[in-house]
Design a protein around this ligand. Structure first.
Ligand SMILES: [Zn+2]
Length: 352
């Protein structure tokens, strides 16, 4: 499968150069848009990527852009247009609505990589080696974030036949802890956002937009890192991974919104899903978690806390079999049972 690895570009002087190239990229992109408009007005067929490349041929020197980048822009234009069935937005180089910088390139020939230096588009770029640069690079781009920092993105082919673990696990995504695992383990939510919230609020009140953005970005990076470590750890150990289908989009509109957004459920879920897909024989199952907190995982009696009024109940004792349960661990165990049923093509929720 294809994955994109992202590296922060180190060299302070490269930023200026990249921004210049990004403006030229916008020119090419908008040129493609103009051609698109013309062909529509003249009732001609839409230009293909090949047509666009032909029309931009020879503009490399004048634009100060590598021909490889011009071709990549034309190709991406055609792909975006065909996906949306209409002309993509114009790219804006200046002003408050400026598009974030983007400079794509193709990798028909292997990139020259030496340590933390990558040579592409006729120039050397130094990056922070947050992880080793992989071998099989298919394409790449430079892109800018909202604070103006540049990143090198490399799309790589990654083996998707890694061996799977042997365990089976049910995961209940929660608010108090990020997730409860059926083994009884709890994954604590580091709550970076809340810790930084006071700092962030202060920065916003003082109108320090730049600082606020900086705090935001740091928190986002820390959370992403934590979720990657957590999901890799889970996927390595297990062959069956079942996750409750919490609707985070719906919950994010309620009073609990802050926690939901903080927790990063959907990010964790999608990481678990694609990382499972890379492992041969491993399986990811989304299960219905409707009854997961109400049913006793020991005797399957519906004796647990119900509805909104019992939302605060953390521990309970089953009135049928007398086993005492931790709410979240019990839910994770039920999710595992449902997931096993799905994997075996049985009804997901056993008859209650
Ligand atoms: Zn019971």
């Amino acid at each position: 499968m294809l994955l994109t690895y992202r590296y922060r570009v180190k060299d302070a002087t490269a930023g200026k150069h990249l921004s210049g190239m990004a403006r030229a990229v916008n020119t090419v992109w908008n040129f493609c848009g103009g051609i698109q408009n013309d062909s529509r007005r003249l009732n001609r067929r839409w230009p293909s990527a090949f047509d666009l490349i032909g029309l931009t041929n020879g503009s490399s020197k004048e634009l100060g852009l590598h021909s490889d980048t011009i071709q990549a822009v034309c190709k991406q234009f055609a792909v975006s247009r065909d996906a949306a069935h209409r002309r993509p937005r114009w790219r804006v180089s200046r002003g408050p609505k400026r598009s974030l910088g983007w400079v794509p390139f193709q990798c028909d020939r292997p990139l020259k990589i030496a340590g933390d230096t990558v040579k592409c588009l006729g120039r050397r770029y130094r990056v922070w080696l947050s992880r080793p640069i992989p071998e099989d690079i298919r394409s790449g781009s430079f892109s800018q974030d909202t604070t103006g920092r540049w990143y090198l993105n490399l799309v790589c082919r990654v083996a998707d036949d890694l061996p799977a673990g042997t365990g089976e696990v049910g995961i209940d995504l929660g608010l108090n802890t990020l997730a409860a695992v059926s083994s009884g383990e709890k994954i604590r939510n580091p709550r970076h956002i809340r810790k930084a919230a006071t700092k962030l609020a202060r920065a916003q009140r003082a109108g320090r937009k730049k600082l606020a953005r900086k705090i935001h970005r740091k928190v986002a990076a820390q959370r992403r890192h934590f979720l990657h470590v957590t999901s890799t750890h889970i996927v390595r150990a297990n062959a069956l991974i079942c996750v409750g289908d919490v609707n985070s989009a719906a919950l994010a509109r309620t009073r609990m919104a802050k926690s939901v957004l903080d927790a990063g459920w959907s990010a964790l879920r999608s990481m678990l899903r694609y990382k499972t897909a890379m492992r041969h024989g491993a399986r990811f199952v989304d299960t219905n978690e409707r009854y997961s907190s109400q049913v006793c995982s020991g005797c399957h009696a519906v004796s647990g806390p119900r509805g909104l009024k019992d939302l605060g109940v953390r521990n309970w004792v089953c009135s049928e079999c007398g086993v005492s349960h931790d709410r979240d661990t019990n839910a994770a165990l039920n999710i595992l049972v449902s997931g096993r049923n799905v994997a075996l093509h049985r009804p997901e929720i056993p008859a209650l």
